[in-house]
Design a protein around this ligand. Structure first.
Ligand code: C5P
Length: 218
């Protein structure tokens, strides 16, 4: 695990916005997350720019495809300087193992159940309750050597026994009245076992970015 436990989400399309934010962040104090929006708008040049600025990258593309396709995609990601990247655990054991066999240095983190899915979505998709479906995915993760999981802070209490890395988005130290529903504060999440927390708008939209970083780092 890195000693930088705060991951700042760079949810932008514009390279200049990324540059402006990075100029206010310290690569020794946080990692940054590149998601689909930024990756598709700027492609690999943004990864080079971020890496040249000294930041560790969490590339969050949530890959979910047949094992061969995921394996080939991971071989491409491995060429970039990416600290960790995501796949969906729901791709199954063969897909997870294909992903793991395609990387040497990049860590692979499995997405459990998206926080946009509630109990009734899970029931209609899988015919089971949220906690059962979640437990099945954890058991699948435990059957492989995947490096860690992404889950919401609300699921951390189901992961006391899980030994891999736990990456947790949906963190709010103050209510922002935005789209995040079941949030937790950074200290609650760290205390419940989060290894990394992912924070976007509370930092990127703050008028005092340095102060916001202090508030969210471990
Ligand atoms: O701005 P905010 O703090 O809500 O950003 C959280 C980041 O974490 C966003 O990039 C969002 O896509 C991501 N994320 C999330 N919930 C998940 C998985 C990822 O909010 N379950």
């Amino acid at each position: 695990m890195s000693n930088k436990r705060l991951i700042v989400a760079l949810d932008y399309s514009d390279r200049e916005d990324v540059k402006a934010l990075l100029s206010q962040l310290n690569p020794n104090r946080c990692m940054v997350k590149v998601g689909l929006q930024l990756y598709l708008s700027q492609r690999e040049s943004i990864l080079e720019m971020i890496s040249n600025a000294g930041f560790d990258i969490f590339l969050d593309l949530k890959l979910h495809d047949i094992p061969n396709t995921v394996s080939k995609a991971l071989s491409e990601i491995e060429k970039f300087n990416v600290f960790m990247t995501t796949i969906h655990l729901q791709g199954g054991k063969e897909m997870i193992e294909a992903a793991l066999s395609s990387v040497q240095s990049t860590k692979i983190i499995g997405v459990t159940l998206l926080t946009s899915l509630n109990d009734s979505h899970i029931r209609s998709l899988y015919g089971s309750v949220f906690s059962d479906q979640f437990a099945r995915l954890i058991s699948l993760a435990n059957d492989t050597k995947i490096d860690g999981l992404v889950c919401s802070a609300n699921e951390l209490n189901l992961l006391h026994e899980y030994r891999g890395t736990k990456v947790v988005p949906g963190i709010r130290n103050k209510a922002l009245n935005d789209d995040q529903q079941r949030t937790m504060t950074s200290s609650e999440a760290y205390n419940l076992g989060a290894d990394y927390i992912v924070v976007g708008r509370p930092i990127t939209q703050s008028e005092n970015i340095e102060g916001a970083i202090k508030e969210y780092e471990y």
